[in-house]
Design a protein around this ligand. Structure first.
Ligand code: ZN
Length: 232
């Protein structure tokens, strides 16, 4: 129900539940950003197979060490159902489950090896029909999702300030004093005269944060990670 409400409200181009952002130019900017963020978090989702109706066979991480479309690219490009769900590839149920992967052409010898490996992985799949498929937060599958683990996961691959290097036009709109906008922009560009920045130009020898004295004084440290600044 909520999918239909959101689709109607934000004019998203169809099936929200498939988790593939098919964003039309008419979609609001807020929704565009939400869908983009959803796609970025998909590598942290590991699926537990239930009835196979939600999981995208090729794109989701539900088998082995990652999505099949990445690990078996050559087979994936031959698939006639690149957006098919797991249940669409399953011909029969039970312990003797039979799989059907329709391809657009005959396989070469090398492709046969990859195809056999996929079948071997599929042989080990256990369905929990009729339970629905379940998304697990892979950074901590037992404890589930938490903001803290999400923050750590984002930080692992994306140093925050560099990753979000802000464009001027993104902050030029809101009614904020110009000097504040300029400061925020400089902060995201790593251009504030922190000790570390000054040391790069041989203007500073001591680079420790004067508040906690336990880390280099960078923009990221001053505004995000410094234990003393956080209490202010
Ligand atoms: Zn500090």
């Amino acid at each position: 129900m909520w999918c239909r409400i959101v689709e109607a409200r934000y004019r998203v181009g169809g099936d929200l539940a498939n988790r593939f952002p098919r964003v039309s130019p008419r979609v609001s900017r807020i929704w565009h950003n939400i869908l983009t963020a959803t796609a970025q978090f998909s590598p942290a989702i590991r699926w537990k197979v239930g009835d196979g109706r939600t999981i995208l066979f090729w794109h989701d991480h539900w088998l082995g060490d990652g999505p099949l479309n990445i690990r078996y690219q050559r087979i994936f490009v031959l698939s006639v159902a690149p957006l098919g769900r797991v249940c669409h590839f399953k011909v029969s149920q039970g312990p003797n489950c039979i799989w059907s992967i329709n391809l657009s052409r005959e396989l070469s010898w090398e492709d046969e090896v990859d195809f056999s490996n996929i079948l071997l992985e599929l042989f080990l799949v256990e369905f929990n029909d009729p339970l629905p498929d379940k998304a697990l937060w892979s950074p901590q599958p037992r404890l589930g999702f938490s903001v803290r683990s999400c923050y750590k996961w984002v930080r692992r691959d994306h140093p925050p300030l560099q990753a979000t290097a802000m464009k001027w036009r993104e902050i030029s709109g809101p009614k904020i004093p110009l000097k504040v906008k300029a400061f925020v922009w400089l902060m995201f560009q790593e251009r504030i005269l922190t000790k570390t920045y000054r040391a790069k130009w041989s203007l500073q020898a001591d680079i420790l944060c004067p508040m906690c004295e336990s880390a280099e004084e960078t923009s990221e440290h001053l505004f995000i990670t410094c234990s003393v600044a956080r209490q202010l």
